[in-house]
Design a binder for this molecule. Structure first.
Ligand SMILES: Cc1ncc(COP(=O)(O)O)c(C=O)c1O
Length: 358
């Protein structure tokens, strides 16, 4: 018998680890483990779906209408907007366009894990700078800049800590590394006191990444976008396929953008109130919440693994992390629903009262 041929992956592919989603849970479990936004009402969904036509399915997708709508929102020209398959794909495109072996990404960490993954797939070296403060670690990042620095990540609000950067940080980074791309990941910008997008759009080396997955509650559609100067956006457009987002998603997203702003405003107001209340509750129960500007709170617990399991047993799923730096932390998404927030509060109170009992 000849040996079975075994295709050999490239070293980068061999080293890559697949993203591990939170484990599946039953339909009755309250899922606060993925920082998603609230679902549209059934009526809103029906109104969105009424926009679909047979041609939506038959034709190849065209992102231009959505890109024009987004450009109008940010008061910029459409050649400064690229619609992508979630913020994820925008990050991937930045890494493909600006990273390669011998180039470096500076990534304040912990942060959104896909940034490191895409940088590794592009063959670049990631230089991690610790980031546990509520403000961006500007001086350590400046100190990490070398002639090989090609991308500097500014994830604000940061996932999972909820910390933020400022326009002054962007100015200082751009001045210190004028040839590096500032990857301004603003996936949670709607929930923050300050949105860095306008300041980033003034910097020719910045690419802003945004998404409809969070405040807009449309993670299942996979619609995100990159904003930046036309030359950078043209590069991002060139480094991947022409039809990354399904036409159904583009149509539903465009309609939701046109009609859903009031719902988003309500979501954001509710999340901001829940975020404050959750931080107070966690502190009163002996956990250590990090100050957050996102739609989530990450907190350190005396026994994170057993708190996670006990919450799940009470029907609430929150996020655990595999990285050792976060092994004592859990991330809890604000549900944007008074009923679900009561459920979360009761489960946390029972669990933490129980685990603290001698
Ligand atoms: C900081 C950050 N950026 C980008 C994303 C990507 O989101 P999506 O691909 O759903 O737009 C996420 C998702 O969790 C995130 O936390």
């Amino acid at each position: 018998m000849p040996p079975t041929p075994t295709p050999i992956p490239t070293p980068r592919a061999a080293a890559a680890k697949a993203y591990t989603p939170p484990p599946p849970v039953g339909p009755d479990v309250l899922r606060l483990d993925a920082n998603e936004g609230p679902a549209p009402t059934p009526e809103a969904l029906a109104a969105l779906c009424a926009r679909l036509t047979p041609d939506t399915l038959r034709r190849y997708p065209d992102t231009r209408a959505l890109e024009h709508a987004l450009a109008a929102r940010f008061n910029i020209s459409p050649d400064r907007v690229l619609v992508t398959a979630g913020g994820d794909e925008a990050i991937d495109r930045v890494c493909r366009a600006y990273l390669e072996p011998g180039r470096e990404l500076i990534l304040p960490s912990p942060s959104f894990e896909m940034i490191r993954t895409y940088a590794a797939l592009a063959g670049a070296t990631t230089i991690e700078v610790p980031w546990w403060t509520p403000t961006y670690p500007l001086d350590p990042v400046l100190a990490a800049i070398t002639p090989r620095t090609a991308v500097i990540a500014v994830v604000s609000p940061n996932n999972p800590t909820g910390a933020t950067a400022t326009a002054a940080d962007l100015r200082a980074l751009a001045a210190a590394a004028p040839n590096a791309v500032l990857l301004v990941d603003a996936a949670y910008a709607e929930f923050a006191d300050n949105d860095l997008t306008p300041a980033a759009l003034e910097r020719p080396s910045a690419i802003v990444i945004r998404t409809l997955s969070k405040a807009w509650g449309l993670a299942g559609l996979r619609v995100g976008y990159a904003l930046g100067n036309p030359d950078l956006i043209a590069r991002l457009r060139a480094v991947a396929g022409p039809f990354p987002v399904a036409a159904t998603s583009l149509a539903l997203a465009a309609q939701r953008l046109a009609t859903g702003q009031a719902d988003v405003d309500r979501t954001v107001a509710l999340v901001r109130r829940e975020r404050e209340e959750l931080a107070r509750l966690l502190t009163s129960l002996g956990a250590a919440p990090l100050p957050s500007q996102g739609n989530f709170i990450t907190a350190r617990f005396a026994a994170a693994a057993s708190v996670h399991a006990a919450l799940l047993a009470r029907g609430v799923s929150v996020r655990r992390f595999s990285s050792p730096a976060l092994s004592e932390h859990l991330r809890i998404t604000c549900p944007a629903s008074p009923a679900d927030f009561s459920r979360l509060s009761a489960a946390l109170t029972q669990t933490l009262t129980e685990t603290r009992r001698p």
